[in-house]
Ligand binder design. Structure first.
Ligand code: UTP
Length: 289
């Protein structure tokens, strides 16, 4: 118990909410400002002290492997033309290690995580869903790891969602004490009006290795997919599971509106682009017609 050494990055989904962009290229490679979604997940993980990645990929996802590989010719060109800042930017993740596993069929998030079992072994591990973009200044994963270290139990990130959106998420039932939610039960996409709370599970998890036995047993649930929430529900009957309600902003960049919101927010925060972009927005919205 103790250290979390690996992050699993499920990236084998079909990305249907982002068609046609995701017909032949991975949703996880869509760029937010100037970095693909999955790079935000990798950087977030490294900031929390985890530098080993298990990426679950599928058909048409080769661009992810290429992105995290060295780009010898490009690096040489940047070196010889003195573009040191850019060189540093494209090599800064070269120390991290990546393993790739193919999920042969997109049978659901739970099934994708089960595919990581041989690589994760007997350790607790983190899971990040790249299309859930968390405020890069909010140390969510670090908080989750520190709660895991205290409790030796799975920890899930939660976000309060409006009552009319509970049917889009896994929702938890339980008690909140001192900023930590003790989870009694979980339900995937409950109908509006029948949810046990409005605390939704979002794409950050610290999972213990016993989750794999539960994942191996769950039957297809909502949408005909093997749902992680169903495995956690069965796990919650055996051991405590905790939730941390997030305070920072989160964007669902797996759907078009959330992606646009994240783009605006992160562009405004960029030291390079922020002032000019803010000026553009001011002109666009504040100039009388
Ligand atoms: P989503 O629910 O966002 O599904 O998956 P999706 O297929 O990517 O997108 P839509 O809903 O069709 O638009 C959440 C995360 O789980 C991964 C996805 O890649 C995403 O990171 N996933 C999902 C898998 O790796 N395998 C699956 O079978 C399903």
């Amino acid at each position: 118990m103790g250290v979390i050494r690996k992050t699993v990055l499920p990236a084998a989904g079909l990305g249907t909410r982002f068609l046609p962009a995701t017909k032949a290229s991975p949703k996880e490679m869509l760029p937010l400002v100037d970095k693909p979604l999955i790079q935000y997940a990798v950087e977030e993980s490294i900031l929390a002290g985890i530098e080993e990645f298990v990426v679950i990929t599928g058909k048409d996802k080769r661009a992810i492997e290429d992105h995290f590989d060295s780009a010898f010719m490009l690096e040489e060109r940047l070196k010889s033309t003195g573009k040191d800042k850019m060189l540093a930017e494209i090599t800064k993740l070269n120390h991290a290690s990546f393993a790739y596993i193919r999920q042969r069929q997109a049978l659901g998030l739970g099934h994708a995580i089960l595919c990581a079992r041989p690589f994760v072994g007997d350790e607790a591990f983190a899971v990040i869903l790249s299309d859930d973009v968390i405020d890069p200044d909010y140390p969510l994963l670090r908080k989750m790891i520190s709660l895991y270290k205290k409790t030796a139990s799975p920890v899930i990130a939660l976000e309060e969602v409006p009552d009319d959106r509970v049917n889009r998420y896994g929702i938890v039932d339980g008690e909140l004490a001192d900023g930590v939610f003790e989870i009694r039960d979980l339900v995937e996409k409950p109908p509006i009006g029948r949810a046990p709370s409005n605390l939704a599970i979002i794409g950050r998890y610290i999972l213990t290795q016993d989750v794999f036995d539960h994942l191996a047993k769950v039957k297809p649930g909502a949408g005909g997919e093997i749902q992680l929430t169903d495995a956690l529900r069965s796990l919650a009957k055996k051991r405590p599971i905790f939730g941390i309600p997030i305070k920072g902003k989160r964007f669902d960049a797996g759907e078009k509106l959330g992606f646009l919101e994240a783009t605006v927010e992160l562009s405004l925060r960029s030291p390079e682009l922020g002032p000019a972009f803010a000026e553009y927005l001011r002109k666009r919205f504040c100039t009388p017609a």
